[in-house]
Design a protein around this ligand. Structure first.
Ligand code: EPZ
Length: 428
């Protein structure tokens, strides 16, 4: 099993290109099931999760071709031509769905276009119970008949879905994606209330509109969808990854240095950038992205609660905790989205970090410096918090089980070594 070896202590200096957002690319690829014409997606990151969605779509009979960049393209990722002209199978089996939660979302386009599907209940990162009750509620509101049997959700809508009002009792990204995709092909108007406002929802809605959808209000808590009979092909560029941006920004804040995050968009992570400024980093948005610097000054402690967008993202909570491990004083981080997203606490403790947990709140008593250690990656964002800690720690860190990192960070070692980090992948 691959591992990552880091010798800490180097400042980061240089440029890091930001990839396309994993959490937009996955639903965008799934949305290709809504049309029999080709959807072309640019700036798709090369990640294990993207490859997994390719496998899932392939199982339904979808053709996917990965093309090189066109002359003049500035983005890093691949271009995917996705054609769901013939859906040969409406079952998404356990073997394919159980490893990644987003794969469950095929339930929406399959049901909307084919009138039936059978999709295994999902798996994904071990960060909480992560139920799908709200996704099912949304589909039922649109008129679907749903049974759960043998670990599968069996859904049907023989006469198609019908527009409805869907009010989510809590903000859910997955629920909003599913409701949005299903409602584009429903008869009549759907109104989603208390919708998630995450930028990835807006990106998917923009793409669906290019495909002939009639969606307004995406990016706000009230989304209105006028159903259409058919969607057509389109071309869309995946927006930059705000979590990757915030992760590298925190790495620079922790090691010190001066890095340009090329292609990053500050408005996608303003709350995290505000926290970095409070912590003592200098954040300068510019035409090419965001410049992050920390020179000389120590790290100041912060008090932060995770919250749905535009609040501080849960997907940056572990990375912030690594940073606060070396702050001058005590920080408090409260996790409000997932009930079990503190698996990194015991691993950060191996570096000497002093963190105590009380329910949903972690108190981090900063220490002068961390010491390198062997650690184990547990989930995607927790894993990268260990890399950040290793970059700043004295001596050698070995991060084991890094397949989690490959799910969500494109060319991580390459991007960090180009900025002076001593980091390498050890295969086998
Ligand atoms: C998305 O997960 C992201 N995944 C997560 O990123 C991210 O942490 C999360 O949104 C919150 O921002 C993708 O986009 C692929 P939710 P999702 O539905 O959609 C509860 C990463 O590392 N809930 O907004 O699964 C749920 O348990 C991943 O990239 C229900 O109770 O998150 C949670 O407490 C990890 N019932 C809360 O809502 C439901 O039916 C928010 O979940 C659905 C969700």
């Amino acid at each position: 099993m691959d591992r990552i070896r880091i010798v800490g202590g180097n400042k980061l200096n240089g440029t890091i290109p930001i990839s396309g957002a994993k959490n937009a690319a996955l639903p965008l690829m799934i949305a290709a099931l809504l049309t029999d014409e080709t959807l072309i997606l640019d700036n798709v990151p090369r990640l294990a999760d993207v490859a997994q969605v390719q496998r899932i779509l392939g199982n339904h009979g979808v053709d996917i071709m990965s093309a090189g960049k066109r002359p003049g393209d500035h983005h890093q990722g691949q271009t995917l031509h996705i054609s769901a002209a013939n859906i040969i199978d409406t079952t998404a089996p356990y073997e394919l769905v159980s490893t990644m939660r987003a794969s469950f979302w095929v339930v929406a386009p399959l049901l909307a276009r084919m009138g039936e599907c059978k999709v295994s209940l999902p798996g994904g990162c071990a960060i909480g119970t992560r139920p799908v009750d709200l996704l099912i509620m949304a589909l039922e509101k649109l008129g679907a008949q749903i049974q759960i049997d043998g670990g599968y959700v069996i859904a049907s809508a023989p006469n198609g879905l019908t527009g409805a009002e869907i009010e989510f009792p809590k903000v859910t990204v997955s629920g909003t994606h599913v409701a949005l995709m299903a409602a584009t092909l429903a008869k009549g108007r759907t109104v989603i209330l208390n919708a998630a406002c995450e930028p990835e929802i807006l990106d998917v809605a923009d793409c669906l509109n290019k495909m002939g959808g009639k969606i307004t209000g995406a990016g706000t808590p009230r989304i209105v969808i006028e159903g259409v009979k058919k969607l057509h092909g389109a071309r869309h560029t995946v927006l930059p990854d705000r979590i990757e941006t915030g992760t590298y920004a925190m790495a620079v804040a922790m090691t010190g240095g001066d890095v340009q995050l090329a292609g990053a968009r500050p408005e996608l992570l303003q709350s995290a950038l505000d926290v970095l400024v409070q912590a003592g980093a200098t954040v300068t948005p510019n035409n090419e992205g965001i410049r992050i610097q920390r020179n000389g000054a120590g790290i100041s402690p912060v008090t932060v609660s995770t919250a749905p967008f535009p609040g501080f993202p849960t997907d940056l909570q572990a990375q912030l905790m690594a940073l606060m491990a070396c702050a001058k004083g005590s920080s408090h981080i409260t996790e409000t989205i997932f009930e079990n997203r503190f698996m990194h606490v015991q691993e950060l403790a191996r570096f000497g970090a002093r963190i105590s947990l009380d329910g949903e709140t972690a108190t981090i008593d900063g220490i002068a410096s961390l010491k390198g250690a062997p650690v184990m990656a547990t989930d995607l964002r927790a894993s990268v918090s260990l890399v950040i800690a290793g970059l700043a720690a004295e001596g050698e860190t070995m991060v084991n089980r890094i397949y989690h990192l490959d799910r969500g960070f494109e060319r991580l070692e390459e991007k960090l070594s180009a900025c002076g980090a001593n980091i390498e992948r050890i295969s086998g």
